[in-house]
Design a protein around this ligand. Structure first.
Ligand SMILES: Nc1ncnc2c1ncn2[C@@H]1O[C@H](COP(=O)(O)OP(=O)(O)O)[C@@H](O)[C@H]1O
Ligand SMILES: [Mg+2]
Length: 204
């Protein structure tokens, strides 16, 4: 059995991650691959409980505690969902992964980035390919507004926060060019999908 590949989609709110994860998973299935689409925080029963605590629990977590809760949810997600799927030969498409912790808690909220990097190292598990969807802040804000869902704790943050998160994602992509591809996600859905499929074909 050939191990599956682990692809993560990253970027701020309204970048188009969920839209493109659905399109990517469908395109891979068309190629005859078995595909699991999942998301963070969450993706396993215990991790979904932590998602509720993190996004809507009404608690103003201290930065390290918040980082560790994300990594606790991630450890559960990897152990229960991602690793078993990859071992069974399934490709896993994941909407957010550890780069979101670095971008949101590290760059956005000012948590200690070395502390987060240490957690990433301790996890001992990295994506085969990370697609970092990049859009100007105004475009992302307009898409999020049009989506019309009640905003969660992170979506309620101010414009300065979202600008720092975007800059953080761009720095992560630049620092890890073997794993990450920065995708211009400002174009229409088909154009972004085509760019993603090119990156997947070239890298995997
Ligand atoms: N390339 C695009 N052009 C225009 N609208 C888009 C594009 N990608 C996504 N959208 C729309 O923008 C909103 C946010 O997209 P979504 O995929 O939910 O973003 P994310 O998961 O990154 O927050 C949705 O209403 C979606 O239909
Ligand atoms: Mg989404």
């Amino acid at each position: 059995m050939t191990r599956g590949r682990f692809i993560t989609l990253e970027g701020g709110e309204g970048a188009g991650k969920t839209t493109q994860a659905v399109r990517l998973a469908a395109a891979l299935e068309t190629r005859g691959l078995s595909v699991l689409r999942t998301r963070e925080p969450g993706g396993a029963p215990g991790a979904e409980v932590l998602r509720g605590i993190l996004l809507d629990g009404g608690i103003d977590w201290s930065p390290r505690a918040e980082t560790l809760l994300h990594f606790a949810a991630r450890a559960e997600h990897v152990a229960r969902t991602v690793q078993p799927a990859l071992e069974a030969g399934t490709w896993v498409v994941c909407d957010r992964f550890y780069d979101s912790t670095m971008a949101y808690q590290g760059f956005g909220q000012g948590a200690d980035r070395a502390f987060i990097a240490a957690q990433i190292g301790l996890l001992g598990f990295a994506p085969d390919l990370t697609l970092v969807l990049d859009v100007p802040d105004a475009v992302a804000a307009e898409r999020t507004r049009r989506r019309g869902l009640a905003p969660d704790r992170y979506e309620r943050e101010n414009a300065g926060f979202h600008a720092r998160v975007r800059d953080g994602f761009r720095r992560i992509a630049a620092a890890e060019p073997r794993r990450c591809v920065l995708v211009n996600a400002a174009g229409d859905i088909e154009i972004v999908h085509a760019a993603i499929m090119r990156a997947v074909s070239e890298r995997l």
